[in-house]
Design a protein around this ligand. Structure first.
Ligand SMILES: [Zn+2]
Length: 345
């Protein structure tokens, strides 16, 4: 970009106002305690916590697994298509407030089919909200189905089969949940099948797991984007590969802080990734649990790392370039990004 640098005191406002895309957000991770209690009441589900505050107080985690345990317990309140619709609309309203123009929402069906729901209940509810997004929230939204990597590849195949009648409602396939001990190559066959079927492919890799997981996500699963990927920084050859092939990383700073991938935000490597020429983006991962939606991730991380308005522009531009939208919509969104920067110049 050729815009003059915006002063640091105006940077938070610019970060909040600039148009952006969110590419790494698990919809069940946007379920706020208030909505969780409302759905629990609607569906006569007993929660393990007496009230909203007690639940929120339990959101202290030492690692990914501790978070996943409480997160999966929260999904028990989701029973009907309307529940999935309502949860998604609540997130979209929040995203709109953060000037998100496009979002690619992660979801899984395995958690819910494990509770006796059908994949159709989940996918139809989520999709109806995404279809309503342009009219209701002035933004676009699409869906990425994630396999749960702590389960078997056989179970991932069953999940894919069950989703196929609704394949026009899903843009891509991803890989989420407990990373350590579940390397990408465990899912080589099912990703090959998804690729054959024409799905866009992404995978979580290099969050808690080693850089080698990023290599195998790229070379074995043949994904187009890496979710998290911050451990790439430990491997110069991998950094070179990511830059050369313009492989985007969907970085989630507040998640990394809350799950102790980094002890403080000031130690996060987002700035180093951007300065190295990596197509890094900023995302909220599970915002109801990790202390902030997208703009909080931007403002807190930029403040902690002393990043500037050029980094801001690059990150927002990266988010549109890394998304799965078509070229004409991308051009429209980048134009809106430029308009905001022009008003700040
Ligand atoms: Zn994630």
């Amino acid at each position: 970009m050729n815009y003059p640098l915006v002063s640091q005191d105006r940077l938070p406002e610019l970060l909040r106002r600039m148009p952006k895309a969110e590419l790494h957000m698990h919809i069940e991770g946007s379920l706020e305690p208030e909505l969780m209690f409302a759905l629990a009441a609607r569906n006569s589900v007993q929660l393990a916590y007496p009230n909203v505050q007690a639940l929120r107080d339990a959101y202290v985690f030492n690692n990914l697994q501790e978070f996943l345990d409480i997160y999966h317990a929260g999904t028990m309140v989701l029973k009907t298509e309307q529940d999935f619709y309502d949860m998604t609309c609540a997130y979209l309203a929040r995203a709109q407030a953060d000037n998100v123009l496009h979002t690619e929402i992660f979801f899984d069906t395995q958690t819910h089919t494990g509770h006796g729901l059908s994949a159709a209940t989940v996918i139809n509810g989520l999709h109806r909200a995404c279809a309503d997004a342009p009219a209701k929230f002035g933004m676009t939204a699409s869906l990425i189905l994630c396999f749960l990597r702590h389960l078997s590849e056989e179970e991932a195949f069953a999940c894919l089969e069950e989703a196929l009648p609704m394949r026009d409602k899903i843009v891509g396939i991803g890989l989420a949940s407990s990373e350590l001990g579940h390397p990408p190559e465990k899912f080589a066959k099912v990703f090959a099948r998804a690729r054959e079927l024409g799905f866009r492919l992404v995978a979580h890799a290099g969050e808690e797991g080693p850089a080698s997981y990023i290599w195998s996500a790229l070379d074995v699963l043949k994904v187009e984007r890496i979710d998290h990927g911050v451990q790439a920084f430990t491997d110069p050859a991998l950094m070179q590969r990511l830059v050369q092939d313009k492989i985007p990383l969907t970085v989630c700073p507040l998640s990394n802080l809350k799950l102790r991938v980094y002890p403080t935000l000031a130690q996060h490597n987002l700035g180093k990734l951007l300065d190295a020429g990596i197509v890094a983006t900023v995302n909220s991962d599970d915002p109801a649990y990790f202390g902030g939606y997208l703009n909080e991730n931007f403002t807190q991380t930029f403040a902690a790392l002393g990043l500037n308005s050029q980094h801001a522009y690059q990150t927002a531009l990266n988010s549109f370039n890394a998304s799965f939208i078509d070229a004409s919509l991308r051009q429209k969104y980048v134009q809106r990004l430029d308009e905001v920067f022009e008003t700040f110049a």
